[in-house]
Structures are given as C-alpha cells and as structure tokens.
Design a protein around this ligand. Sequence first.
Ligand code: ADP
Ligand code: XUL
Length: 520
Amino acid sequence: MPRYLGLDSSTQSLSAVVIDTDSGKVVLDESLNFGAALPEYASPSGFLEHADPRVKHSDPLMWVDALDRLLALAKASGFDWGSVAGVSGAGQQHGSVYLSTPLAKARAWSSGEPLARQVAPLLSRKTSPIWMDSSTSAECREIAAAVGGDDAVTRSTGSRAIERFTGPQIRKFFKEAPAAYESTAEIHLVSSFVAGLLTQSSASIDYGDGAGMNLLDLESLAWNQKLLDATAPGLAERLRRPVASATVVGAIAPYFVEKYGFKTGTPVVAFTGDNPSSLVGMGATEPGTAVVSLGTSDTVFAAMRAPKTDPRGFGHVFGNPAGGFMCLICYSNGSLAREAVAKKVGLDWPAFERAIVEQTKPGNSNNLMLPFFVPEITPRLPSPSVGLFGTPEFESWQAPPLAARAVVEAQALSMLRHSDWIGERPKTILVTGGAAKNRGILQVIADVFQAELRTLAVANASALGGAVRAANAVGRHGFADLAARFSAPDAARAVRPTPGSERAYDALREAYAEKLARLG
Ligand code: ADP
Ligand code: XUL
C-alpha cells in the first residue's frame, strides 16, 4: 500500500501525518500535546522546571510514552498501521539522549510492557538538554579556544559554538558528571533516538540534524576529530557515523508489529531535525523559497546550494534532507513571547488576531516592544529583557491591542534584520507552525517583509516532511512530484501586504535597531 508515515517529536507535542501517494491525500493527521496528555511528566510546555532559567531539560521517557500513546490512539480510532509502507520523521533539533546500553544491544522490547518502562533502565542521564537551554557559554568558549576560535568552528560546522548545540551540551555533561559520561555508551539526538526506538537499533544521525551539533564537518560530512576531542574524551565511540538523510536505518521492531499491527519489515528512514524536515514538508527543498516557521521557536530558513555563513554569527547551516544545505535563523522568543503578552493583557488568540487586524495599524503608532521574555538566541541575549516604548498607556500595559501588535512587529522586524545575509529579500514566504493560523501574525510579517505569505493545508509541515521523505526513500517518488501533490499552498489563505504599508516601518525599524544595539 502506498502509504507513508511521518512523525515529529517537537518541543510541545508529537505529531503523525500519513500520506497516500495513490490518492494524493493526507489520510492521518494527529497530534498529542505532552503537557495535556502526559501531565505526570510535569512539563506543561514540554520541558521541566529548573531553578536556573538558562537550564532547559526534558524527560526523554515523556517522548517514549508519547510515541506509545499516539500509535495507540490512532489504532483505537480505526487507523490500520499495517497499511504503512515506510516511516520517517523528525525531532526538535540539538536535544540529546544518553544511554548506558546501546539500543541495538538492549533486551528486545516486549510488547507486553510499556516502552518507557523498558527504556528507563538504559538511560545514563535521566534528563535531556533541549534547544532552549542556554547554560553552556563556558563550554562554547572552551571548545572554540581549543580549535582556533569561533571562525574555525564556523568554517567547519556552519555555526559558531552555540549554547543549545549538542557538542557544548555534551561537554557540560562530561564536566559536571564525569562518571555518568563514562558510563554512557551511546548518545542520540531526539531524531535518531525516536528512529532508534522504532527499529530498536542504534540508528544513525543524519546530516540535516547532525549539523546542529558543532561536531559535523560540512565539507567531508564526517565528525570533525578536533571538535570531538575539544568536546569530550572518547566521543567518537559514543556516536555512530552520520548518514545521508535518505538512508534506511532499519526495519520496524517486532514490538510495533505485535502491539500496533505494523507490517513486519516496514523500513524506517533516518529521522532528521524538525526544521530540515519542514523544509521538505513545505516543498521548499530548492533554493529561492523562504520559509517562516512559527512554532515554540520561530525560525526562518531556506535551501542553499553551497554553505554560506552569517557574518553576525547568529545563523546556521544545516543539511538539506533532499541534498545540499539550508540556512536557518532561530528565535527562542517565538510563541512563548506571544503567549506571555497575550496572557499579560488578557487576550485569547481570536482577540489577539482582532487586535492586530482590526484595532491597530502597521507601525503601531510608533509603540515599540523589546520582547525578550526568555534568553534570546538571535540576537544572543543571556538574560530576559522586556521593554515598552511609546505612549504612557502602552508603557504601562494598559493598551492590549497595541501590546499584541507590538510583540509581533518586534519579532518580524528582527526576522527582517537578521535574515539579510541569506540573500535577496523574498517576494513570497511560505509559513507554517502552530501560530500560522493567526491571520494577524501573518499580516504583520507580510507588511514588514512586503511579501505575500502562503500557508499549506497541512498544519504540521515537519511531520508531513517525514512522510514525504519516507515516500521518496522507500517509494522512489521524486521530491518535486511529492511537493506538487502534498505541499501546494492554500491560495484562498494567501496574505498580501496592506496597501500603503511600504513606509510604515521606516521609523520603527531604526528605533528597534537602536534599542537592540543598546542591549549589546
Ligand atoms: P512545536 O512544534 O514547536 O511544539 P507548534 O508548531 O505546534 O509548536 O506551535 C505551538 C504554538 O502555537 C503554541 O505554543 C501556541 O502559542 C501557538 N498557537 C496555537 N494557536 C495559535 C493562534 N491561533 N494564534 C497564535 N498562536 C497560536
Ligand atoms: C533550531 C532550533 C529550534 C528547534 C525546535 O536551531 O533550535 O527550532 O529545532 O523546534
């Protein structure tokens, strides 16, 4: 049967999309929110509370449990997992899982017991640092110094040593818990961990997600030995060799055959990062189309023919799962900042949307917000910094509509400013992520970029990307053909710039740049 499953284990949820390449239809589109469905993990937003705001970890068993739950839910609602011919997927980038026994050597999963209970004894580290963690500045400095400075790291890996990247996180673990590091036999990214669960094998990391570790040399597509040595001793033995994204890493484990009815031997293709996967799901694997993803993080990305790095040192180069590379800029104050403002001024999402579309105007009458509710990645800000500049009413949080527009305008201005190194300003932008259903947010981005915004019918581009990658690698369907069938933008929902908004941001853009410069 020509059906392919894509999974996306992201910050706040696990999603599954199944495509049928005969009918050209999406036949399953399910999501399970960690906070709501698995309250026992005390992670309402997908991560654990910590006294230090820079430390952000998740319980990897929550991701394992979510996999069991989602597969069970779809089965209970009548979905036939036996109809799936291939599986792939994605994980939130940079997060890492530490095992004392390699997955391939663990006792065969028993379908009579929940998977999380069988994985728990394999963990050499109970929690997983995730992409929101910004606690490794010292390790970044140490790694860069050991290999000849930030430029040397950027030249090899496409990014400076970055706090949330896996290498600095591994180094911190090695320094803080040397015995636990010593007992670690295998280190996974979230993506390779989920692929490893599905196949009960030590699934390799792909080039797309591997590039987010500060360890992968983009020219040779192999781990950089100097960076491995600068990160932690014996690291090469704890990582499998990275593979091309289209590699089949194994067959589905008997656990999933017995418990959920998958067909024996169903191939599983290497998982990748959620952003590289979204590039595929958005049908944007060829250079020339920019994508804005409005998830927990906001990201801006596009395919590139050759790696090109950000002179300001904020952007990254990852592998494009369809071949070549992609560039990416990531903002930690995405949905979390919009949610913080909405909560503070008492607006639900429909009211937030109306505030922008009906009650305020482009340029927000020069009311400006610095929207850094959590430490920011782009630009790098180690401490939160929230500020309001404008009318007294606005500055005292007494003007909810102006506050709603201000947070989104600040985010869009930052996207415009920090994406200038990618190349020409795009005329059309594809948009995805949970917040892409908010027309107010889309309108602001359209006005700031003076570009048309297009969304897809399927909300979860990353899970769709997994299904498309499985159809490509297993079913031999071309990416262009799959994009035309599954990633066609919904023309009725295109958002064009507000007439006359061309100059609306001139003053605000300057004022914002000046405020950012003062933050250092
Ligand atoms: P992730 O994949 O990173 O877990 P999603 O892409 O699923 O995240 O997006 C989740 C976010 O979408 C939520 O945190 C929420 O703030 C935001 N969101 C959902 N609906 C709306 C809406 N109507 N308007 C604005 N934001 C929304
Ligand atoms: C990208 C990044 C985030 C995560 C979570 O570099 O850190 O976008 O992938 O989605």
